[in-house]
Design a binder for this molecule. Sequence first.
Ligand code: UDP
Length: 441
Amino acid sequence: MLEPVVTVAKALEDYRPIVGDEPIQELRALAEPLRGARVLNINATPFGGGVAEMLSALVPLMNDVGLAAEWRVITGSVEFFSVTKAMHNSLQGMAIDWTADMERTWLIYNDINAELFAESYDFVIVHDPQPAGLLEGVLRRNGHRPAGTWLWRCHLDTSNARPEVWDFILPFVRLYQGAIFTRKEYVNGDLSGGPPVFTILPAIDPLSSKNRKVSPDIVKGVLLQCGIDPTRPIVCQVSRFDPWKDPLGVIDVYREVKEEVPELQLVIAGVMANDDPEGWEYCQRTLHYAGEDEDIHVLSNLSEIAVGAFEVGALQQAASVVIQKSIREGFGLTVAEAMWKGTPVVGGNCGGIRLQIRDGDTGFLVSSPEDCAARIITLLQNPDLAKRMGRAGRESVRRKFLIPRLLRDHLSLYASLVAEKADFGASVPAHDKERLTLAIS
Ligand code: UDP
């Protein structure tokens, strides 16, 4: 059996005071015809990164409204996760050396996980490229299509994907009965001959320990524990140690701002997910780049003072400005998390961040380090503007990016698929059959 992830129970009713009556009633009505539907989510890691973050709220809420939802993770070696991280990078547009050995590693582990797949479900949602080959493995083992509707949920912006990896996984993706992307624009090409594409925007859980408001005393306690001075301004970026999140660029920006605001402190908090071996190396590089500057605090779940979800939330709340200086970003949960706390955000003008921040109104979008530094200085020197932006940001997250809306989008999609009794992926195009046979043999 694939490893199950245990989640903490959640109740939809608890969200009523935050989102209002109407969305809750709508959700209950949507869930009714889906009562008892068995839904399985499969991804690569139980913690670290946005997918795990969302599933830990979405799965218990699905159960609360009457579905039978589960979350399971695949198994893999360090070698496999190095390969999948390279795939991730390539699908986001980075040139990598993609070899036959890497393909083999990916196929072997997808096969191992296919063997661990048991039970039958009404809906199986497979997240991201790591387990994308699972359906093919199950199909080959069973000799027929497994029960239920299988959907591939891609959280990446693949619009600039390199052809070597994209062409390799495409035949596996085409077997699914639907593909879910964050935006239509993130699909590389049109998946022609493949499954229909649906779009769902991510969301955050306002009631998680990370996103609940905490008292100023507790925030102060967390800062002191992390060696941060609560009386001086803080800029903070929370994200995995990953080149796309540009932690080194964040340090450059901080150095530029510090010339103008000498009392400034920088916090870079980055979790080490277990499907991201590259993170270790990148964390070391970040530490090295930070050098001896005592006002730069590089924290992780594995540092001396371990920062978990609660501490991350407190840091986002305490920051004068949160940065998300990503170069590519399907959707920045961290952006929504900071905005929800009323903290002004300066985000890289890319991908999903563009949907999240209305430039100059709910935050600032920036395209260069100089621009980023200038916006941070503006916010640090204009507390009224910072407050106004923070308030506008929080309201926009309340309307668009909270978990009940994500639940609604999932339920609507499932209901529409049930209504259509869709059998989109039943026949495999001949050229894919050929490519799959070649890949697997
Ligand atoms: N995160 C965290 N601790 C860290 C770094 C990240 O809890 O040290 C969380 C962060 O709060 C967010 C998620 O991991 O909920 C990252 O999601 P995002 O969409 O921003 O980026 P991804 O990692 O999925 O590319």
